[in-house]
Design a binder for this molecule. Structure first.
Ligand SMILES: [Mg+2]
Length: 233
C-alpha cells in the first residue's frame, strides 16, 4: 500500500500552504489496523486452544475479523458461538490503548504527513476512537512513528457513546468556520463519513482513501477525490 499517488495533491497543498488545513482519520487512513486484529485473533486462539485459528491471517482489505474467519472455514451458521465469543473478545481489545501498538502506518503515510508539517500546513487527526479507552495509546503511537502529534492536533470522541459520523461532521464544521479563508482537506477511508460531510459541507475537499471500510455505503459525493492504494507484491 502506498501514499505515493498523492504527489499531485501534495504539490497543490504546498502551493496553497497558507490556506490549507489537513485533517486525517487514523484507522485505515494512516494506519493499517490488520496487525492489531490479527494479534487479538491469535491471542484468542491460544486461550481457547484453537490452534488452527493461529494460522489465520487478517488481510489488509479485511474489515474486522469476520472475513478472515469465513476464509478459514468458520462459517457463522455452523460456528455461531465461536463468532459471538470472538466478537466480544475482539471488541474489548481492539478498542483499547493496549493494542494500538500493533498498527502499522501505510507505506509513505509518515513521510507525506511530515512533509506537510514541514511546509507549515496545519495537521489535525480526527478519529472515531474515544478518549477514555484509546486516548493514551493514540498519542503514544503517533509519537512512536514520528507523526507530528501535539495534544491539540489529536481529536478523539469525548465518549464512546458519541456517534462516529456526527462527531466528525460537527468537528469538521467547527474547523471550517475557524479557518474560513482556508480550504480544509479531509483524508478519510469511510464512505459514510465522506458522504455525510460532503453533503453537509460542500466546501470541504474530500480525499477518499480507498483502503477498506465498513461496507455500509459507497462514496456518492461527486466531488470526492479517490486515492486507490496500490498493493505491492
Ligand atoms: Mg478510518
Amino acid at each position: 500500500m502506498t501514499f505515493e499517488n498523492l504527489t499531485r495533491l501534495y504539490q497543490e497543498l504546498v502551493l496553497h500552504q497558507k490556506h490549507s488545513i489537513c485533517v486525517f482519520d487514523l484507522d485505515s487512513t494512516l494506519f493499517n489496523v490488520s496487525p492489531r486484529s490479527e494479534k487479538i485473533l491469535h491471542e484468542f486462539a491460544e486461550e481457547m486452544q484453537l490452534m488452527d485459528l493461529l494460522k489465520v491471517s487478517i488481510e489488509i482489505k479485511d474489515w474486522g475479523i469476520y472475513e478472515s474467519l469465513l476464509r478459514a472455514g468458520y462459517h457463522h451458521h455452523k460456528h455461531e458461538d465461536l463468532h459471538a465469543q470472538l466478537k466480544k473478545y475482539w471488541m474489548e481489545r481492539f478498542f483499547s490503548s493496549n493494542y494500538l501498538h500493533y498498527d502499522t502506518p501505510y507505506l509513505g503515510a509518515i513521510y507525506f504527513v511530515q512533509l506537510l508539517h514541514k511546509n507549515q500546513i496545519p495537521i489535525y487527526y480526527l478519529t472515531g476512537r474515544d478518549v477514555e479507552r484509546m486516548g493514551v495509546g493514540t498519542a503514544a503511537v503517533l509519537k512512536k512513528w514520528g507523526f507530528p502529534a501535539k495534544p491539540e492536533q489529536i481529536h478523539l470522541k469525548p465518549h464512546k457513546s458519541f456517534d462516529d459520523h456526527l462527531f466528525k461532521l460537527e468537528w469538521v464544521r467547527q474547523i471550517v468556520e475557524k479557518y474560513e479563508n482556508s480550504t480544509v482537506y479531509l483524508f478519510e477511508n469511510e464512505p459514510v463519513n465522506i458522504n455525510l460531510i460532503g453533503q453537509s459541507l460542500p466546501q470541504v475537499r474530500l480525499i477518499y482513501m480507498n483502503s477498506t471500510h465498513s461496507r455500509k455505503e459507497t462514496v456518492s459525493v461527486p466531488h470526492t477525490e479517490i486515492f486507490n492504494y496500490t498493493v505491492e507484491s
